[in-house]
Structures are given as structure tokens and as C-alpha cells.
Write a protein that binds this ligand. Structure first.
Ligand SMILES: [Zn+2]
Length: 93
């Protein structure tokens, strides 16, 4: 066994392999939870699996909208409404 896999910092999962036997897979224990800085609730569309956050494709890590993965959809709607309404009053032509 590799020295890095001897510690218990990685979780061990027994997987059935195509040949019929079973093999141990080593998975990171660390879990990630994205929270909205405005309301504090967790953000939808962001995976909790650390392996996806670390090694997955960028499109799988956050929603593809403005501030996706940074603030939640409810707060984004509120912020956009406020910014549009204040911008229309300050419009210089
Ligand atoms: Zn929020």
C-alpha cells in the first residue's frame, strides 16, 4: 500500500469491480459547503463532493449565471432589481 493511503485521513469505500472482485477506493473526507454571504443559506448547484470541487470540470462546480456559486439566486434577484432601479435614475445621456 502506498504510504499516503495508510493513514485514515481518506475514507475507504469497497467497490465491486467489473472482474467480479472488490477493491478499496480511497476518497477524501473533506466536505465543502458553499454559503451565501448575504443571507447565509447554502447555495444550490454547488456540489458538496470535494473531489468534484478540486478536480472536476468548471461547469460542474457552480451554476452558470451572474455570481453563480458566490451568492444565492434569491439574493441575486434582489441585488439585480436594486441595481437596475438605481441605475435608471442616474442615467446620463
Ligand atoms: Zn442569499
Amino acid at each position: 500500500m502506498r504510504p499516503g493511503l495508510r493513514s485514515r485521513s481518506k475514507r475507504r469505500i469497497r467497490k465491486r469491480v467489473p472482474g467480479g472482485g472488490s477493491r478499496i477506493h480511497y476518497v477524501m473526507r473533506r466536505r465543502y459547503r458553499a454559503t451565501c454571504p448575504i443571507c447565509g443559506r447554502s447555495i444550490g448547484g454547488v456540489p458538496r463532493d470535494y473531489n468534484i470541487i478540486r478536480w472536476g470540470p468548471k461547469t460542474a462546480k457552480r451554476p452558470e449565471r451572474y455570481f453563480g456559486g458566490v451568492i444565492c439566486s434569491n439574493c441575486l434577484a434582489t441585488v439585480l432589481k436594486l441595481s437596475v432601479r438605481s441605475a435608471s435614475t442616474n442615467l446620463r445621456v
